[in-house]
Write a protein that binds this ligand. Sequence first.
Ligand code: PLP
Length: 403
Amino acid sequence: MNCKTRVEELAILCGHPAFSKPLHVGCPNIGNQAALLGRINDLLDRKWLTNNGPFVQEFEQRIADFLGVKHCIAMCNATLALEVASRAMALHGEVIVPSFTFIATAHSLQWQEITPVFCDVDAATHNLDPMKVEAMITPRTTGIIGVHVWGRPCAIESLTEIAQCHKLRLMFDAAHAFGCSYEGQMIGNFGEAEIFSFHATKFFNTFEGGAVTTNNDDLAAKIRLMKNFGFAGHDNVIYIGTNGKMSEISAAMGLTGLESLDEFIAINRSNYAAYLAGLQDMPGIQLIAYDEVERCNYQYIVVEVDEVTAGISRDELVHILQAEKVLARRYFYPGCHMMEPYRSLFPHAGLLLPETERLTRRVMSLPTGTAVGQEEIAAVCAIIRLAITNSRELRPRLAVLMT
Ligand SMILES: Cc1ncc(COP(=O)(O)O)c(C=O)c1O
């Protein structure tokens, strides 16, 4: 790694990249490898690889205890968990969702021929704006899916009130929010159900994986059946179901990761503090804030770039960083409403999504996690500072390179 101080040293201008190996946004956290291998040996010896094995059962219990929620149903990923939960809740017609989310939130609905209705977000929180949600309700609306973007909780109370008032079902896509709390209570307890992702890029992972959590006994029972083809017992299928089961090897990874959860969060937190220190006073660069009173996983280092003040755009910064092997991502870009099939189905959706469109032009995510240390963060911040300080000189040269 080399720390850059002169603009000619930038890799985009033919200098050597700052890093010899790429720095990823979501490099997996592994936990104790020996403990994981021990568990893998156990499951191989048992020859119980899937179908609600002992590791999955233990994993579900541990997650439910950690979140203080009645039911945790482990699943093979969050996308399928969203599909199964929305089917179990009988969502149909239209469901209000943000466009500023990962495409899976929308696809899980469209896959079932439920129309995702894209609602704008709040500029400060990046989450659904409740006032705008209310304005999107029509006679066809059956539910709302809030997304706790970056692990920062939605306006849960307002959304709950709106859902109750309009007799809509409410669930949360909590893919980013494992280990986070809202007013002292762990995310996982709100709405009728919450959905977590334990994908390899999440700070806590089960290779691939996800879970539905709920305090509703009937809903939990239904989701449990539906994720196993609808089997209520041998030879007795009582619903349309699918195969959403988590495997034993994924649960083994999850149990191992849970033992290092505090360490993962502590590293994310100190990385966040290092970025905060490194980026402070940089014109036009703002790192999103996390509420220190709540529990938080600090999983995302999200920066908003104000092109006018910084003198350089988000896209230009991403190009500069990627040339240095800092694989910054334009996460979420360009917004679900700009991707197919939604772009063709709702070509004018953007007219009602000004904050979403503004954010998708401004945000970028920077690398963090156990693979990233304080020195690397200092070097990343130095590159950003160098680019901003020399933006006048850099921009015309970048314009040539980026066309
Ligand atoms: C907000 C959101 N929802 C859903 C998902 C889908 O999760 P999975 O990859 O576990 O299906 C993701 C994945 O990144 C996500 O960020």
